[in-house]
Design a binder for this molecule. Structure first.
Ligand code: GLU
Length: 584
């Protein structure tokens, strides 16, 4: 059942959502289109379903997930279908040429799978330095084979299916094969991003696929077929992910990466063959009566979200309500979190990341004590987390805009929170003959190798995974029951998007649609960032009076969230993008 609009409001009125009344503050009503968002905003109403739900970045992908859930598939089955369809319909953001993190809840245990790309064995720290020893310009590094990491997504979804799938592997791949063979229509967002794109046309296969003979992006509504991808999926359906990591597809990937005329990479068949998905302990921490769980290193996502929440926990956020005071606390907490993130977090196989200390409630209390309620601290310094000593390093950060997040709950109460990426929009701008784009994830490494005389934690090294900000999150209630599934794309802004949405749902008792659509705000230890074109602009003066250096910037989140209530599942899909939340 899907009910839009009035019913969820009446559910809220009846106090059925998590036993707590939810409300919609005036400032959170749909706002005027923000000029930066490539496809603008579409006001969306909350979705309600009784059995299961999927919230994903494109209607065709969400529909594929819903079809699998309706057939009795698990959240993991649906995630496979959603991911493979996203590869077709939202190719700019994720696919089998990229990497992903999945958080899975099976009703009793929380498991995380790390399908992050890794650097080839030949990679060296100076990979992104020019001949002058200075960091390369971002797009000089991105476009071509140099930035391509060994993809992890297909092995990740295969493992998730083996662990938690109920339907046959071939069946969960079928919706994507169908769309690849029969075609799907180009969405306004894909068309809009192709129009803005500068580099993709230089790749002959991508040009032929996405653009017409005159070099114009194929129009919205054009039916696009991808027989090469259909063939790739059939091979994977028959032989599993091995068909990707060895044989013809692997050879195609290596040839594409190493054959780039200007900026070739060094990936080998051995790099592909030796790729493994890591199962890692979930990083969980308390917030009020809830338990927040997510992905540990090499992602900085959950650590940073937990650090922000740990500072906010010292305040009565519910009483504060959205506005300048809330932004003050959230952005000060963000500064502290990003200062630690820059120094401490990288691939745990290379760096001993003090996860326990960084998320320790006592440590976070001591960090909260650094916040002056009346004045911004400006730039935060990293702290000294307890328990674990570690060698130290310099910071580095980039802003990226690719990626996709899906939230899924099945009828047995299993949940998937998965953030999946090819890094920048359209990745390395390299299309394989096998019908998919390759990632540029290696530019998530620090380009510089040494700062303040110390090696940078997130520098490039052979077989290392670049630090991520992706924060697929699952929230449990005080009875250890599934309460919410949340995540977003957005590069390092993901951390602030997820923290904001959690405060919206958990403190302000907003339904997930309204929480996702709240203005994005926060700080990454630089300026205090308010979302241009939203009501938050009105908070600028009050923040400046507290010493904040305020910047209004585009904050094009893609938050997909589901909340479990006694009345059913309530879902929200960020109005800034074209996703939907639908269920049965
Ligand atoms: N590559 C980024 C990360 O892993 C995500 C990029 C994005 O969200 O646009 O943190």
């Amino acid at each position: 059942m899907i009910v839009r609009g009035p019913l969820w409001r009446s559910l809220i009125g009846l106090g059925l959502l998590a036993g707590a009344p939810l409300s919609i503050p005036a400032f959170a009503q749909p706002v005027a289109p923000s000029p930066e968002a490539p496809t603008g905003r579409t006001a969306k109403s909350t979705s309600v379903a009784t059995k299961d739900m999927v919230a994903a970045a494109n209607p065709l992908a969400a529909q594929a997930g819903r079809e699998i859930l309706a057939a009795g598939g698990s959240a993991a089955d649906a995630a496979v279908a959603v991911q493979l369809v996203l590869n077709l319909v939202e190719p700019q953001s994720s696919g089998i040429g990229g990497g992903a993190f999945m958080v899975f809840w099976d009703g009793t245990a929380m498991t995380t799978l790390d399908g992050r790309e890794k650097a080839p064995a030949a990679a060296k720290p100076e990979r992104f330095l020019g001949p002058d020893g200075k960091p390369m310009k971002f797009y000089d590094a991105v476009v071509g084979g140099r930035s391509v990491g060994v993809p992890g997504t297909i092995r990740l979804i295969e493992i998730a299916h083996k662990k938690w799938g109920k339907l046959p592997w071939k069946q969960v791949i079928e919706p994507a094969i169908r769309l690849a063979e029969n075609g799907f229509t180009i969405s306004p967002r894909l068309n809009g991003l192709l129009s803005q794109e500068k580099y993709l046309q230089n790749d002959p296969l991508a040009r032929a696929y996405f653009y017409d003979a005159e070099g114009k992006p194929k129009a919205v509504g054009t039916v696009l077929k991808n027989p090469a991808f259909a063939q790739t999926l059939r091979a994977i359906a028959d032989k599993g992910a091995d068909a990707f990591y060895t044989g013809d597809i692997a050879q195609d990937i290596v040839a594409t990466v190493t054959g780039h005329a200007i900026n070739p990479g060094d990936m080998t068949l051995d790099d592909l063959k030796s790729y493994v998905v890591e199962e890692r302990p979930a990083v969980c921490g308390p917030y009020r009566v809830y338990k927040i769980c997510g992905m540990g290193p090499p992602s900085s996502g959950q650590i940073a979200v937990q650090q922000i929440l740990g500072v906010l926990e010292t305040q009565d956020m519910a009483a504060m309500k959205p506005g300048p005071d809330a932004v003050h606390w959230i952005s000060e907490a963000g500064r502290l979190a990003f200062a630690d993130r820059g120094l401490y977090v990288a691939d745990p196989a290379f760096v001993s990341v003090p996860v326990k200390g960084l998320t320790d409630p006592g440590y976070l209390k001591s960090r909260a004590a650094l916040v002056d309620p009346n004045k911004s601290m400006g730039k935060a310094k990293p702290g000294e987390p307890p328990f674990q000593k570690t060698f130290l390093w310099g910071a580095s950060d980039g802003i990226e805009y690719g990626t996709s997040h899906m939230s899924i709950v099945d009828r047995n109460g299993n949940a998937v929170s998965m953030t999946t990426t090819i890094e920048d929009g359209f990745g390395a701008r390299l299309m394989t003959k096998s019908g998919f784009l390759l990632n540029n994830e290696l530019t998530d490494f620090s380009f510089t190798t040494v700062e303040d005389g110390k090696p940078v934690a997130n520098r490039v090294e052979a077989n290392k995974r670049p630090r991520s900000s992706m924060a697929p999150t699952i929230v449990l209630d005080n009875g250890n029951k599934l309460y919410a599934v949340v995540g977003s794309p957005g590069g390092s802004l993901i951390i602030n998007y997820v923290a904001k949405t959690l405060v919206g749902i958990l403190d302000w008792k907003l339904d997930p649609q309204v929480a996702a659509d709240l203005p994005n705000i926060g700080s990454r230890n630089g300026p205090t960032e308010l979302e241009a074109g939203t009501e938050s602009e009105a908070w600028k003066a009050a923040l400046e009076a507290k010493g904040h250096d305020v910047k209004l910037i585009d904050q094009n989140s893609g938050i997909h969230a589901i909340v479990v209530t006694p009345a059913g599942l309530i879902g929200g899909a960020d109005s800034r993008r074209e996703g939907v939340a639908i269920g049965n």
